[in-house]
Design a protein around this ligand. Structure first.
Ligand SMILES: [Zn+2]
Length: 214
């Protein structure tokens, strides 16, 4: 991995997590609700999401499952309420072989057409796409990234003969190191710390928002 300025920009810290996208359609839910073939030719059902704290309806869509004769070109249509940017979104169902005679169903992301087990929407009446197309990361990924940034800063700290504890401050210039090298390493350390704090800031802000409700 490179040094200063390499890798993802600070904007990366603002990437939403899967947990922040509450509107999710999954293969398992569709299967349970008969939208993915269970012998019915056409099946219609609705899905409603509720606000976890107020109990109010947050989002609601109608879903229609279509089964073709060969049973392999099935799709589920998502019908949005009036006023939504799109009225209907068709989600293809893909299959892969699983075991000897079983097949596993997947939702085909309407954007990239990859097999996905879950699709997400950014808000009520918004179309569903996969995690990658929505630019989402898992909460744990964001946390891991933050941890890695601080680890990098600590490694530089040690290269400057520090003990790796960032709270002890910037180590003094080692006698056998050029000033230019020392300054560059300090800059790198600052860069990784800044990015790490940016990630931490997002998590702390979210936590503050939740705790302030009490
Ligand atoms: Zn996609």
């Amino acid at each position: 991995m490179g040094g200063l300025g390499s890798g993802r920009s600070l904007g990366g810290s603002r990437r939403n997590t899967v947990e922040e996208y509450p509107y999710c359609l999954s293969v398992s839910w569709m299967r349970k609700n008969g939208l993915i073939p269970d012998g019915h030719l056409k099946r219609c059902t609705s899905k409603t999401w509720y606000n976890r704290s107020t109990g109010e309806v947050a989002n609601s869509v109608m879903l229609m499952g279509f089964v073709t004769e060969d049973g392999y070109n099935n799709r589920v249509d998502v019908l949005f309420k009036d006023g939504a940017p799109v009225k209907k979104q068709s989600i293809g169902i893909g299959y892969t072989k699983s075991g000897v005679c079983n097949r596993r169903a997947w939702l085909l992301c309407p954007k990239c057409f990859k097999n996905r087990s879950k699709l997400y929407a950014s808000g009520p009446n918004r179309p569903f796409n996969c995690r990658e197309c929505c630019g989402l990361v898992y909460q744990s990924q964001r946390h891991d990234r933050m941890a890695r940034l601080f680890t990098r800063a600590r490694n530089i700290h040690r290269k400057l003969y520090g003990n790796g504890d960032l709270t002890t401050g910037v180590p003094i210039k080692p006698y056998n190191m050029h000033w230019k090298t020392y300054e560059r390493k300090c800059q790198e350390m600052k860069y990784y710390c800044d990015l790490g704090y940016a990630y931490m800031g997002v998590e702390v802000a979210k936590f503050k928002e939740q705790i302030n409700k009490f």
